[in-house]
Ligand binder design. Structure first.
Ligand code: PEP
Length: 230
C-alpha cells in the first residue's frame, strides 16, 4: 500500500523534523512493501533519513528563473526531491490552475523523470448528477496528461470529501476506482478525502485502492502511523 501525507500549509521546518523522527520510531513494524510519502511545506524540504520519500506539494515548471514566490527544479534538486503532487483540487480552485497549466507542469516534471502523484476529483454538484457525469468530469482532468508515464500514481480525491470529515462511501470509492483503473491502464490509484484511522481499514481493502493520500489525519505522526500499521 501507498500512504502519502499532504501537510498543505501546516508544520514548520522544526516540527517536520520532529514529526519524521516520531513517525520513523512508530512505523518500524510496517510491511516492507508499504511505501510512505511525506509532502511538507516547501520551507521544510530537506534531506531526511528514513523509510519515507519526501515530495514537493508544488513547484513551477522551470529549472530556475524570474518567477517570484515559486520554486523550481534547482531548489528541489538541492534536496534530491524527485516526487511531486500535481493537480490537487486546492491548487486548481484557490490558485486557479487551469487544466492547461496542470498539464504543462506534468509534462515538465515527467521530462525530468519525477514520480508524479496526479490528483483528480469532482465537486459535489457533479457527484449529485450521477456516476456518468462524475466519470466524464474526472476523465477530462486527464486532458494533456500522459497516462502511460511510468512514474505516474493517480490520486482520486472527491472534493466534497476533502477536509470535511465525510469520506466517500465504500460503494462510491469502489465504483469510481473500478472505472478509473480501466482508464489509467491499472496504474497505482490512491483514494483521498477524509481518510483517517477509523476508516483506513475499510478503504484499503476496497479492490482498486492501492493506497491513500491523507491531509488532516496525517498532520499528527501518531495518527498517520496508526493508519500505516492498521
Ligand atoms: C487532501 O487534501 O489531499 C486530503 C485528502 O485531505 P483530507 O485527508 O483532510 O480530506
Amino acid at each position: 500500500m501507498i500512504y502519502a501525507a499532504n501537510f498543505k500549509t501546516n508544520h514548520t521546518r522544526k516540527s517536520t523534523e520532529l514529526y519524521l523522527n516520531e513517525l520513523t520510531d512508530k512505523i518500524t513494524g510496517k510491511k516492507s512493501e508499504d511505501r510512505i510519502y511525506i509532502f511538507p511545506p516547501s520551507t521544510a524540504l530537506d534531506i531526511y533519513e528514513g523509510v519515507f520519500k519526501i515530495g514537493a506539494q508544488n513547484a513551477y515548471a522551470c529549472a530556475n528563473g524570474a518567477y517570484t514566490g515559486e520554486i523550481g527544479l534547482e531548489q528541489l534538486d538541492e534536496f534530491d526531491i524527485k516526487t511531486i503532487l500535481i493537480g490537487h483540487s486546492e491548487r486548481r480552485e484557490y490558485m486557479r490552475e487551469s487544466q492547461d497549466q496542470v498539464a504543462q507542469k506534468f509534462s515538465f516534471f515527467q521530462e525530468h523523470e519525477f514520480e508524479i502523484i496526479y490528483c483528480i476529483g469532482e465537486p459535489l454538484h457533479i457527484r449529485e448528477k450521477g456516476f456518468e457525469a462524475v466519470m466524464q468530469y474526472l476523465l477530462a482532468q486527464f486532458e494533456g496528461i500522459d497516462i502511460g508515464y511510468k512514474n505516474l500514481i493517480v490520486a482520486y480525491e472527491p472534493i466534497w470529501a476533502i477536509g470535511t470529515g465525510r469520506s466517500a462511501t465504500i460503494e462510491e470509492i469502489s465504483n469510481t476506482h473500478r472505472a478509473l483503473k480501466k482508464a489509467i491502464n491499472n496504474k497505482p490509484l490512491l483514494y483521498g478525502g477524509s481518510a483517517k484511522p477509523a476508516n483506513i481499514k475499510e478503504i484499503t481493502t476496497i479492490a482498486g485502492v492501492d493506497g491513500v493520500l491523507v491531509g488532516s489525519a496525517s498532520l499528527d505522526a501518531s495518527s498517520f502511523a496508526e493508519m500505516i500499521l492498521a
